[in-house]
Design a protein around this ligand. Structure first.
Ligand code: SF4
Length: 493
Protein backbone atom coordinates (compact mmCIF):
# COMPACT_ATOMS: atom_id res chain seq x y z
CA UNK A 1 0.00 0.00 0.00
CA UNK A 2 1.42 3.39 -0.96
CA UNK A 3 1.32 6.40 1.30
CA UNK A 4 0.56 9.70 -0.43
CA UNK A 5 4.07 10.87 0.54
CA UNK A 6 5.48 8.24 -1.82
CA UNK A 7 3.94 10.12 -4.73
CA UNK A 8 5.84 13.30 -3.94
CA UNK A 9 8.99 13.84 -5.89
CA UNK A 10 11.47 13.87 -3.03
CA UNK A 11 14.57 11.80 -2.33
CA UNK A 12 13.44 8.95 -0.09
CA UNK A 13 15.24 8.73 3.22
CA UNK A 14 17.37 5.78 4.11
CA UNK A 15 16.79 4.32 7.57
CA UNK A 16 17.33 5.26 11.19
CA UNK A 17 18.95 3.06 13.83
CA UNK A 18 19.27 3.33 17.60
CA UNK A 19 21.00 1.17 20.21
CA UNK A 20 21.01 1.27 24.03
CA UNK A 21 22.97 -0.33 26.82
CA UNK A 22 22.11 0.58 30.42
CA UNK A 23 23.28 -0.79 33.77
CA UNK A 24 20.59 -3.27 34.96
CA UNK A 25 20.52 -1.77 38.47
CA UNK A 26 19.51 1.62 37.00
CA UNK A 27 16.22 0.07 35.89
CA UNK A 28 16.05 2.28 32.81
CA UNK A 29 13.03 1.79 30.59
CA UNK A 30 15.01 1.01 27.48
CA UNK A 31 11.98 0.17 25.29
CA UNK A 32 10.43 3.58 25.98
CA UNK A 33 13.73 5.29 25.35
CA UNK A 34 14.08 3.43 22.06
CA UNK A 35 10.50 4.37 21.14
CA UNK A 36 11.09 8.10 21.61
CA UNK A 37 14.45 8.03 19.86
CA UNK A 38 12.89 6.22 16.90
CA UNK A 39 10.18 8.86 16.95
CA UNK A 40 12.89 11.52 16.69
CA UNK A 41 14.29 9.69 13.65
CA UNK A 42 10.94 9.13 11.96
CA UNK A 43 12.00 11.31 9.01
CA UNK A 44 14.61 8.67 8.07
CA UNK A 45 12.08 5.94 7.36
CA UNK A 46 8.31 5.68 7.57
CA UNK A 47 7.60 2.29 6.09
CA UNK A 48 8.24 0.03 9.10
CA UNK A 49 9.62 0.21 12.62
CA UNK A 50 10.86 -2.30 15.14
CA UNK A 51 12.89 -2.94 18.22
CA UNK A 52 14.51 -5.86 20.05
CA UNK A 53 15.17 -5.61 23.79
CA UNK A 54 17.12 -8.01 26.00
CA UNK A 55 17.58 -8.61 29.70
CA UNK A 56 20.62 -10.77 29.03
CA UNK A 57 18.56 -13.96 28.94
CA UNK A 58 15.52 -13.30 26.87
CA UNK A 59 15.18 -11.13 23.77
CA UNK A 60 11.75 -9.68 23.06
CA UNK A 61 11.01 -8.11 19.74
CA UNK A 62 8.23 -6.15 18.14
CA UNK A 63 8.11 -4.81 14.61
CA UNK A 64 5.54 -3.93 12.01
CA UNK A 65 4.60 -1.82 9.02
CA UNK A 66 3.86 1.86 9.48
CA UNK A 67 5.00 4.79 11.57
CA UNK A 68 6.57 4.35 15.01
CA UNK A 69 3.32 5.53 16.62
CA UNK A 70 1.33 2.97 14.61
CA UNK A 71 3.64 0.02 15.24
CA UNK A 72 3.99 0.37 19.03
CA UNK A 73 1.16 0.62 21.55
CA UNK A 74 1.13 0.28 25.34
CA UNK A 75 0.75 -3.51 25.17
CA UNK A 76 3.75 -3.84 22.88
CA UNK A 77 5.80 -1.53 25.08
CA UNK A 78 4.92 -3.40 28.26
CA UNK A 79 6.14 -6.66 26.73
CA UNK A 80 9.49 -5.22 25.66
CA UNK A 81 11.58 -5.77 28.78
CA UNK A 82 15.31 -5.46 29.23
CA UNK A 83 18.24 -3.18 29.93
CA UNK A 84 19.65 -3.08 26.41
CA UNK A 85 18.22 -3.08 22.94
CA UNK A 86 18.25 -1.87 19.37
CA UNK A 87 15.63 -0.20 17.16
CA UNK A 88 15.05 0.67 13.55
CA UNK A 89 12.94 2.83 11.20
CA UNK A 90 12.89 1.60 7.65
CA UNK A 91 12.44 2.97 4.22
CA UNK A 92 13.09 0.12 1.77
CA UNK A 93 15.96 0.57 -0.62
CA UNK A 94 16.92 -3.08 -0.96
CA UNK A 95 14.15 -5.58 -0.50
CA UNK A 96 10.38 -5.33 -0.83
CA UNK A 97 8.04 -3.27 1.26
CA UNK A 98 6.94 -6.17 3.45
CA UNK A 99 6.99 -6.91 7.16
CA UNK A 100 9.42 -9.79 6.62
CA UNK A 101 11.98 -7.13 5.64
CA UNK A 102 11.27 -4.98 8.72
CA UNK A 103 14.14 -4.75 11.19
CA UNK A 104 15.74 -5.66 13.58
CA UNK A 105 16.66 -9.10 12.30
CA UNK A 106 17.02 -11.70 14.97
CA UNK A 107 18.50 -15.22 14.90
CA UNK A 108 19.53 -17.73 17.55
CA UNK A 109 23.14 -18.86 17.25
CA UNK A 110 25.38 -21.36 18.98
CA UNK A 111 26.62 -18.43 21.04
CA UNK A 112 23.28 -16.95 21.99
CA UNK A 113 20.88 -14.47 20.43
CA UNK A 114 21.99 -12.10 17.69
CA UNK A 115 19.92 -9.08 16.63
CA UNK A 116 20.93 -6.63 13.91
CA UNK A 117 19.59 -3.31 12.59
CA UNK A 118 21.18 -1.55 9.66
CA UNK A 119 21.11 1.77 7.83
CA UNK A 120 22.46 1.87 4.28
CA UNK A 121 22.85 -0.41 1.32
CA UNK A 122 25.47 -3.12 0.95
CA UNK A 123 26.41 -2.79 -2.71
CA UNK A 124 27.85 -6.31 -3.01
CA UNK A 125 24.95 -7.94 -1.12
CA UNK A 126 24.18 -10.16 -4.13
CA UNK A 127 27.68 -11.68 -4.01
CA UNK A 128 27.52 -12.13 -0.22
CA UNK A 129 24.07 -13.69 -0.58
CA UNK A 130 25.38 -16.19 -3.11
CA UNK A 131 28.38 -17.02 -0.91
CA UNK A 132 26.08 -17.67 2.05
CA UNK A 133 23.77 -19.88 0.03
CA UNK A 134 26.75 -21.85 -1.29
CA UNK A 135 27.62 -22.54 2.35
CA UNK A 136 24.11 -23.93 2.89
CA UNK A 137 22.61 -20.90 4.63
CA UNK A 138 18.94 -20.36 3.75
CA UNK A 139 17.60 -16.81 3.49
CA UNK A 140 14.01 -15.79 4.11
CA UNK A 141 13.87 -12.24 2.82
CA UNK A 142 15.25 -9.96 0.11
CA UNK A 143 16.86 -7.56 2.56
CA UNK A 144 20.61 -7.02 2.74
CA UNK A 145 20.24 -6.82 6.53
CA UNK A 146 19.41 -10.51 6.64
CA UNK A 147 22.57 -11.14 4.62
CA UNK A 148 24.57 -9.17 7.23
CA UNK A 149 22.90 -11.04 10.10
CA UNK A 150 23.56 -14.44 8.58
CA UNK A 151 27.08 -13.45 7.67
CA UNK A 152 27.71 -12.64 11.33
CA UNK A 153 25.96 -15.81 12.50
CA UNK A 154 27.77 -18.06 10.03
CA UNK A 155 31.11 -16.46 9.19
CA UNK A 156 33.81 -18.22 7.23
CA UNK A 157 34.73 -20.68 10.02
CA UNK A 158 37.27 -19.66 12.62
CA UNK A 159 39.67 -22.25 13.97
CA UNK A 160 38.21 -21.92 17.45
CA UNK A 161 34.47 -22.55 17.20
CA UNK A 162 33.90 -22.65 20.95
CA UNK A 163 34.11 -18.89 21.49
CA UNK A 164 31.66 -16.42 19.93
CA UNK A 165 34.40 -14.04 18.75
CA UNK A 166 31.79 -11.48 17.71
CA UNK A 167 34.45 -8.86 17.29
CA UNK A 168 36.34 -10.89 14.71
CA UNK A 169 33.08 -11.63 12.94
CA UNK A 170 32.28 -7.92 12.74
CA UNK A 171 35.80 -7.10 11.56
CA UNK A 172 35.51 -9.82 8.92
CA UNK A 173 32.22 -8.29 7.76
CA UNK A 174 33.96 -4.91 7.45
CA UNK A 175 36.51 -6.56 5.16
CA UNK A 176 33.97 -8.10 2.80
CA UNK A 177 30.89 -5.82 2.82
CA UNK A 178 31.03 -2.89 0.39
CA UNK A 179 28.85 0.19 0.30
CA UNK A 180 27.03 2.00 3.06
CA UNK A 181 26.16 0.51 6.42
CA UNK A 182 25.85 1.80 9.94
CA UNK A 183 25.04 -1.15 12.17
CA UNK A 184 23.78 -1.77 15.67
CA UNK A 185 24.24 -5.36 16.82
CA UNK A 186 22.96 -6.92 20.02
CA UNK A 187 24.43 -10.16 21.38
CA UNK A 188 23.71 -11.98 24.65
CA UNK A 189 25.57 -9.49 26.79
CA UNK A 190 26.58 -6.44 24.82
CA UNK A 191 25.81 -3.91 22.14
CA UNK A 192 28.09 -3.28 19.18
CA UNK A 193 28.01 -0.25 16.87
CA UNK A 194 29.89 -0.09 13.61
CA UNK A 195 30.16 2.09 10.50
CA UNK A 196 31.35 1.13 7.04
CA UNK A 197 34.97 2.14 6.24
CA UNK A 198 33.80 5.00 3.99
CA UNK A 199 31.59 6.35 6.78
CA UNK A 200 28.76 6.91 4.31
CA UNK A 201 25.92 6.88 6.83
CA UNK A 202 26.05 8.78 10.12
CA UNK A 203 26.10 7.18 13.56
CA UNK A 204 26.77 8.94 16.84
CA UNK A 205 27.38 8.01 20.44
CA UNK A 206 25.87 9.50 23.58
CA UNK A 207 25.87 9.06 27.35
CA UNK A 208 22.67 8.68 29.36
CA UNK A 209 22.36 10.02 32.89
CA UNK A 210 19.47 9.79 35.30
CA UNK A 211 17.89 12.70 37.19
CA UNK A 212 20.52 12.41 39.95
CA UNK A 213 23.33 12.79 37.42
CA UNK A 214 24.39 9.13 37.64
CA UNK A 215 25.47 7.46 34.41
CA UNK A 216 22.69 5.08 33.37
CA UNK A 217 24.40 3.85 30.24
CA UNK A 218 25.03 4.79 26.62
CA UNK A 219 23.18 5.05 23.36
CA UNK A 220 23.98 5.21 19.67
CA UNK A 221 21.74 6.75 17.03
CA UNK A 222 21.81 7.71 13.36
CA UNK A 223 21.49 11.37 14.31
CA UNK A 224 22.33 13.41 17.36
CA UNK A 225 18.79 14.86 17.43
CA UNK A 226 17.69 11.47 18.83
CA UNK A 227 20.21 11.91 21.67
CA UNK A 228 18.89 15.39 22.40
CA UNK A 229 15.34 14.02 22.61
CA UNK A 230 16.41 11.82 25.54
CA UNK A 231 18.68 14.40 27.14
CA UNK A 232 21.74 12.27 26.38
CA UNK A 233 25.12 13.93 26.05
CA UNK A 234 26.52 13.75 22.53
CA UNK A 235 29.99 12.29 23.05
CA UNK A 236 31.18 11.83 19.48
CA UNK A 237 30.49 10.17 16.16
CA UNK A 238 31.33 6.52 15.62
CA UNK A 239 34.25 6.78 13.19
CA UNK A 240 34.28 5.32 9.68
CA UNK A 241 35.30 1.65 9.88
CA UNK A 242 35.21 1.78 13.69
CA UNK A 243 33.70 -0.99 15.81
CA UNK A 244 32.73 -0.18 19.39
CA UNK A 245 31.45 -2.46 22.11
CA UNK A 246 29.22 -1.22 24.93
CA UNK A 247 28.64 -3.40 27.98
CA UNK A 248 29.00 -3.36 31.77
CA UNK A 249 32.59 -2.15 31.34
CA UNK A 250 31.52 0.93 29.37
CA UNK A 251 32.63 1.81 25.85
CA UNK A 252 35.51 -0.05 24.24
CA UNK A 253 36.88 0.66 20.76
CA UNK A 254 37.37 -2.79 19.31
CA UNK A 255 38.63 -1.53 15.97
CA UNK A 256 39.77 2.08 15.50
CA UNK A 257 38.40 4.23 12.68
CA UNK A 258 40.13 4.55 9.31
CA UNK A 259 41.83 7.80 8.25
CA UNK A 260 39.14 10.41 7.60
CA UNK A 261 40.62 11.54 4.30
CA UNK A 262 39.68 8.22 2.71
CA UNK A 263 36.02 8.52 3.73
CA UNK A 264 32.94 9.32 1.66
CA UNK A 265 30.16 10.57 3.89
CA UNK A 266 26.89 11.07 1.97
CA UNK A 267 26.75 14.81 1.25
CA UNK A 268 22.98 14.55 0.82
CA UNK A 269 22.68 14.16 4.60
CA UNK A 270 23.58 17.85 4.77
CA UNK A 271 21.36 18.79 1.82
CA UNK A 272 18.15 17.05 2.79
CA UNK A 273 18.10 13.93 4.97
CA UNK A 274 19.32 14.90 8.39
CA UNK A 275 17.26 16.95 10.80
CA UNK A 276 18.46 20.58 10.98
CA UNK A 277 19.12 20.21 14.72
CA UNK A 278 21.41 17.20 14.21
CA UNK A 279 25.18 17.49 14.26
CA UNK A 280 27.01 15.74 11.48
CA UNK A 281 30.80 15.88 11.20
CA UNK A 282 30.77 18.27 14.13
CA UNK A 283 28.49 20.78 12.42
CA UNK A 284 24.84 21.57 13.01
CA UNK A 285 22.96 20.79 9.81
CA UNK A 286 20.92 24.01 10.04
CA UNK A 287 24.15 26.04 9.88
CA UNK A 288 25.46 24.07 6.90
CA UNK A 289 22.17 24.64 5.05
CA UNK A 290 22.42 28.35 5.78
CA UNK A 291 25.90 28.35 4.23
CA UNK A 292 24.42 26.65 1.16
CA UNK A 293 21.94 29.52 0.88
CA UNK A 294 24.69 32.13 1.20
CA UNK A 295 26.77 30.39 -1.45
CA UNK A 296 23.74 30.05 -3.73
CA UNK A 297 23.11 33.80 -3.44
CA UNK A 298 26.71 34.45 -4.55
CA UNK A 299 26.47 32.06 -7.48
CA UNK A 300 22.88 32.71 -8.60
CA UNK A 301 21.38 36.05 -7.52
CA UNK A 302 18.00 37.01 -9.01
CA UNK A 303 16.20 40.26 -9.86
CA UNK A 304 13.24 39.82 -7.56
CA UNK A 305 11.09 41.30 -4.78
CA UNK A 306 10.90 38.50 -2.18
CA UNK A 307 12.46 35.15 -1.27
CA UNK A 308 10.81 32.11 0.26
CA UNK A 309 11.74 28.46 0.82
CA UNK A 310 9.74 25.31 0.11
CA UNK A 311 9.06 23.93 3.60
CA UNK A 312 10.84 22.42 5.46
CA UNK A 313 14.38 21.44 4.54
CA UNK A 314 15.08 24.47 2.33
CA UNK A 315 14.02 27.08 4.89
CA UNK A 316 17.55 27.62 6.32
CA UNK A 317 18.96 28.10 2.79
CA UNK A 318 16.14 30.53 1.91
CA UNK A 319 16.80 32.54 5.06
CA UNK A 320 20.52 32.86 4.25
CA UNK A 321 19.84 33.56 0.55
CA UNK A 322 17.56 36.45 1.51
CA UNK A 323 20.13 37.83 3.93
CA UNK A 324 22.97 37.60 1.41
CA UNK A 325 21.00 39.20 -1.44
CA UNK A 326 19.30 41.81 0.75
CA UNK A 327 15.88 40.69 -0.51
CA UNK A 328 13.07 40.44 2.05
CA UNK A 329 12.20 36.91 3.16
CA UNK A 330 8.58 35.86 3.28
CA UNK A 331 6.43 32.77 3.68
CA UNK A 332 5.19 31.71 0.29
CA UNK A 333 3.92 28.20 0.97
CA UNK A 334 2.20 26.67 3.96
CA UNK A 335 2.65 22.93 4.32
CA UNK A 336 0.17 20.44 5.70
CA UNK A 337 2.61 18.33 7.72
CA UNK A 338 0.27 15.36 8.15
CA UNK A 339 -1.22 14.69 4.72
CA UNK A 340 1.80 12.81 3.41
CA UNK A 341 1.22 9.74 5.55
CA UNK A 342 -2.38 9.11 4.56
CA UNK A 343 -3.09 5.83 2.81
CA UNK A 344 -6.48 7.01 1.55
CA UNK A 345 -6.43 7.38 -2.19
CA UNK A 346 -7.26 10.91 -3.38
CA UNK A 347 -9.52 11.33 -6.42
CA UNK A 348 -7.83 11.21 -9.81
CA UNK A 349 -8.30 14.97 -10.14
CA UNK A 350 -6.62 15.57 -6.78
CA UNK A 351 -3.77 13.23 -7.68
CA UNK A 352 -3.07 15.15 -10.88
CA UNK A 353 -2.30 18.22 -8.80
CA UNK A 354 -1.23 16.51 -5.59
CA UNK A 355 0.98 19.41 -4.55
CA UNK A 356 -2.24 21.21 -3.57
CA UNK A 357 -2.93 18.47 -1.01
CA UNK A 358 0.32 19.32 0.72
CA UNK A 359 0.90 23.04 0.12
CA UNK A 360 -1.16 26.22 -0.02
CA UNK A 361 0.26 29.37 -1.59
CA UNK A 362 0.05 32.55 0.53
CA UNK A 363 -1.40 34.97 -2.02
CA UNK A 364 -1.15 37.90 0.41
CA UNK A 365 2.65 37.57 0.36
CA UNK A 366 3.15 36.75 -3.29
CA UNK A 367 0.60 38.60 -5.42
CA UNK A 368 2.10 40.75 -8.16
CA UNK A 369 5.66 40.06 -6.96
CA UNK A 370 8.77 38.67 -8.57
CA UNK A 371 9.54 35.78 -6.24
CA UNK A 372 12.59 33.59 -5.64
CA UNK A 373 11.53 30.11 -4.57
CA UNK A 374 14.33 28.11 -2.93
CA UNK A 375 14.24 24.32 -2.77
CA UNK A 376 16.88 21.78 -1.75
CA UNK A 377 16.81 19.58 -4.87
CA UNK A 378 14.97 18.56 -8.02
CA UNK A 379 14.60 14.84 -8.65
CA UNK A 380 12.01 14.11 -11.38
CA UNK A 381 10.78 17.68 -11.65
CA UNK A 382 7.08 16.79 -11.39
CA UNK A 383 6.60 18.35 -7.95
CA UNK A 384 8.57 21.46 -8.89
CA UNK A 385 6.40 21.96 -11.99
CA UNK A 386 3.28 21.84 -9.80
CA UNK A 387 4.81 24.15 -7.20
CA UNK A 388 5.66 26.78 -9.81
CA UNK A 389 2.09 26.55 -11.12
CA UNK A 390 0.67 26.86 -7.61
CA UNK A 391 2.76 29.95 -6.87
CA UNK A 392 1.74 31.54 -10.18
CA UNK A 393 -1.95 30.57 -10.21
CA UNK A 394 -2.98 30.52 -6.55
CA UNK A 395 -0.26 32.86 -5.27
CA UNK A 396 -0.59 35.23 -8.25
CA UNK A 397 3.16 35.81 -8.36
CA UNK A 398 4.31 37.89 -11.33
CA UNK A 399 7.58 36.01 -11.89
CA UNK A 400 8.89 32.77 -10.35
CA UNK A 401 12.67 32.35 -10.14
CA UNK A 402 13.66 28.91 -8.84
CA UNK A 403 16.96 28.49 -7.01
CA UNK A 404 18.15 25.06 -5.85
CA UNK A 405 20.55 24.76 -2.91
CA UNK A 406 22.35 21.74 -4.39
CA UNK A 407 23.64 20.81 -7.86
CA UNK A 408 21.52 19.02 -10.50
CA UNK A 409 21.00 15.32 -9.66
CA UNK A 410 22.31 13.51 -12.74
CA UNK A 411 22.92 10.04 -11.32
CA UNK A 412 21.08 7.46 -9.26
CA UNK A 413 22.26 6.46 -5.80
CA UNK A 414 23.09 2.81 -5.18
CA UNK A 415 24.19 3.32 -1.57
CA UNK A 416 20.85 3.33 0.17
CA UNK A 417 19.04 6.45 -1.06
CA UNK A 418 16.07 6.18 -3.38
CA UNK A 419 16.42 9.13 -5.77
CA UNK A 420 15.06 7.67 -9.04
CA UNK A 421 16.56 5.72 -11.90
CA UNK A 422 18.60 7.68 -14.41
CA UNK A 423 15.84 7.79 -17.03
CA UNK A 424 13.56 9.47 -14.48
CA UNK A 425 16.03 12.03 -13.18
CA UNK A 426 15.14 15.33 -14.83
CA UNK A 427 18.72 16.67 -14.83
CA UNK A 428 20.01 13.48 -16.46
CA UNK A 429 17.64 13.99 -19.37
CA UNK A 430 17.96 17.72 -20.15
CA UNK A 431 20.08 20.82 -19.55
CA UNK A 432 19.19 23.60 -17.10
CA UNK A 433 17.48 25.78 -19.73
CA UNK A 434 15.25 22.89 -20.78
CA UNK A 435 14.51 22.10 -17.13
CA UNK A 436 13.52 25.73 -16.54
CA UNK A 437 11.11 25.56 -19.46
CA UNK A 438 9.74 22.19 -18.34
CA UNK A 439 8.93 23.41 -14.81
CA UNK A 440 7.50 26.67 -16.15
CA UNK A 441 9.83 28.98 -14.20
CA UNK A 442 11.12 32.38 -15.32
CA UNK A 443 14.64 31.33 -14.36
CA UNK A 444 16.32 28.34 -12.74
CA UNK A 445 19.78 27.98 -11.22
CA UNK A 446 21.56 25.42 -9.03
CA UNK A 447 24.35 25.55 -6.50
CA UNK A 448 27.60 24.26 -8.07
CA UNK A 449 29.24 21.05 -6.76
CA UNK A 450 32.23 23.19 -5.64
CA UNK A 451 29.87 25.58 -3.87
CA UNK A 452 28.15 22.70 -2.11
CA UNK A 453 31.46 21.28 -0.87
CA UNK A 454 32.54 24.73 0.25
CA UNK A 455 29.30 25.17 2.21
CA UNK A 456 29.61 21.72 3.81
CA UNK A 457 33.22 22.21 4.81
CA UNK A 458 32.78 25.72 6.15
CA UNK A 459 35.64 28.02 7.06
CA UNK A 460 37.70 25.30 8.66
CA UNK A 461 38.30 22.61 6.06
CA UNK A 462 37.38 19.18 7.42
CA UNK A 463 39.65 16.23 6.77
CA UNK A 464 36.74 14.00 5.77
CA UNK A 465 35.75 13.27 2.20
CA UNK A 466 32.21 13.16 0.87
CA UNK A 467 30.26 11.13 -1.62
CA UNK A 468 28.65 13.42 -4.20
CA UNK A 469 28.02 10.76 -6.84
CA UNK A 470 24.40 11.72 -7.49
CA UNK A 471 25.69 15.13 -8.61
CA UNK A 472 29.00 14.17 -10.23
CA UNK A 473 28.86 10.45 -11.06
CA UNK A 474 32.04 9.84 -9.02
CA UNK A 475 30.95 6.77 -7.07
CA UNK A 476 33.17 5.85 -4.12
CA UNK A 477 32.40 2.11 -4.55
CA UNK A 478 32.10 -0.22 -7.50
CA UNK A 479 28.54 0.16 -8.83
CA UNK A 480 29.02 -1.63 -12.16
CA UNK A 481 26.60 -4.37 -11.08
CA UNK A 482 23.80 -1.82 -10.67
CA UNK A 483 24.69 0.14 -13.80
CA UNK A 484 24.60 -3.07 -15.85
CA UNK A 485 21.18 -3.89 -14.35
CA UNK A 486 19.97 -0.36 -15.17
CA UNK A 487 21.21 -0.63 -18.76
CA UNK A 488 19.48 -4.00 -19.13
CA UNK A 489 16.26 -2.61 -17.72
CA UNK A 490 16.33 0.37 -20.10
CA UNK A 491 16.91 -1.99 -23.01
CA UNK A 492 13.97 -4.15 -21.89
CA UNK A 493 11.79 -1.08 -21.59
FE1 SF4 B 1 24.45 10.35 -0.83
FE2 SF4 B 1 24.19 10.99 -3.42
FE3 SF4 B 1 26.30 9.57 -2.59
FE4 SF4 B 1 23.86 8.48 -2.61
S1 SF4 B 1 25.05 9.16 -4.40
S2 SF4 B 1 25.39 8.33 -0.97
S3 SF4 B 1 22.58 10.25 -2.05
S4 SF4 B 1 25.78 11.69 -2.03
Amino acid sequence: MRALEDDFDRPKEECGVVGFWTHPEMKAEVARMAFFSLYALQHRGQESAGMAVSDGNLVTMHKGMGLVSQVFDETAMTNLKGHFGIGHNRYSTTGDSHVRNAQPYHVSTLHGPLSVAHNGNVTNAAALRKALMERGVGLMSTSDTEVITQYLAAPVPFKDRTAPRWEQRLAQLLDVAEGAYSLVVMTRDCLYAMRDPLGMRPLCLGRLKNRDGKVMGWMVASESSALLTLGAKHLREVGPGEIIRIDKNGITTVKPPVAEKSTAMCIFEHVYFARPDSKIEGQTVQVVRQRMGTQLAKEAPAEADVVFGVPDSSLPSAMAYAEATGLPQTEGLIKNRYIGRTFIEPTQEMRENKVRLKFNALRENLEGKRVVMIDDSIVRGTTMYQLVRLVREAGKAKEVHVRIASPPINNPCYMGVDLASREHLMAAQMDVDAMCKAIGADSLAFLSPEGLHKAVRGDEPKPCGHCDACFTGNYPVDVSFFEESDAKRQFEL
